[in-house]
Design a protein around this ligand. Structure first.
Ligand SMILES: C[S@@+](CC[C@H](N)C(=O)[O-])C[C@H]1O[C@@H](n2cnc3c(N)ncnc32)[C@H](O)[C@@H]1O
Length: 241
């Protein structure tokens, strides 16, 4: 299997976290009520964005088993998932096969959103200004280099939707509860100038960025417009080139 990799040690830690107990973070039995609300609210807003935004391709970063695949299928737009944990790829591909979908329209690729220009060579089609890159479920807060991710998206000319948790004390408590539910221990949270960071056992290192930090990353990467939409316990920031 071909994989285009941003080689560095933090990336290795992210990988071992999500290939290990971090994979539980997607499963219903480990979600708290509040995180379920967050995900439901995220799902509803993405559906509205796809209906309203006239996109013809949805690119989902950190897609796992292809979380947003069904949404794209419902909207009749092309779907490309990308994921750094290789164990998820056959799981997602067997869903595509079971649903009898055409791999020219729905595809999941092994690669990183931090190397979007290269990873996109594996996609169903070249991303364009009518593609939406979705960074769901606080993925942006797990990246080693958010700037690299946005720089790649900017070169491709796509819109980007970043879904993040709030950074306030109440949401930090909810996040801690959720990570504990998943089996992480020795949690430490730190409120800092860019947001709230939680680190824990098994390599968990997750930042909930402040909206202004996301704006700064965005403008620095050359995006011209950022709109924030509220979701339950979080925000979706929509970036336009
Ligand atoms: C969507 S994030 C969930 C983050 C978590 N909910 C939190 O609160 O921090 C997890 C998924 O993203 C994937 N992932 C992490 N970094 C990635 C990257 N650079 N490119 C593609 N997928 C990545 C992981 O393997 C995992 O399947």
């Amino acid at each position: 299997m071909r994989f285009i990799q941003p080689a560095n040690s933090k990336q290795d830690t992210v990988l071992s976290c999500y290939a290990g107990i971090g994979s539980r973070m997607f499963f219903d039995q480990y979600l708290t009520n509040e995180v379920s609300e967050f995900l439901w609210s995220e799902h509803q807003l993405i559906r509205e964005l796809l209906e309203w935004g006239n996109f013809d391709q949805l690119i989902e970063g950190g897609c796992g088993f292809g979380r947003a695949m069904q949404l794209a299928i419902d909207m009749r737009i092309a779907y490309d998932g990308c994921e750094i944990v290789k164990e998820w790829i056959p799981v997602a591909r067997s869903r595509i096969k079971d649903l009898g979908l055409d791999s020219n329209e729905v595809r999941v690729s092994f690669g990183s959103v931090e190397s979007l220009e290269e990873t996109s060579l594996l996609f169903t089609g070249r991303p364009s200004d009518s593609s939406l890159i979705l960074l769901p479920f606080n993925l942006f807060g797990n990246l080693n280099s958010p700037s690299k991710c946005l720089a790649g998206a900017r070169v491709l000319g796509c819109a980007v939707a970043i879904v993040s948790f709030h950074f306030d004390a109440g949401t930090t408590r909810l996040r801690r509860q959720y990570y504990e539910n998943c089996g992480f221990v020795n949690l430490k949270s730190e409120f800092c100038s860019i947001g709230t960071r939680i680190v824990a056992s098994h390599g968990l290192d997750s930042l909930a960025y402040k909206p202004e930090t996301i704006e700064k990353f965005s403008y620095d990467a050359g995006f011209t417009r950022v709109t924030h939409f509220p979701i339950s316990h979080g925000t979706l920031s929509l970036l336009r080139p």
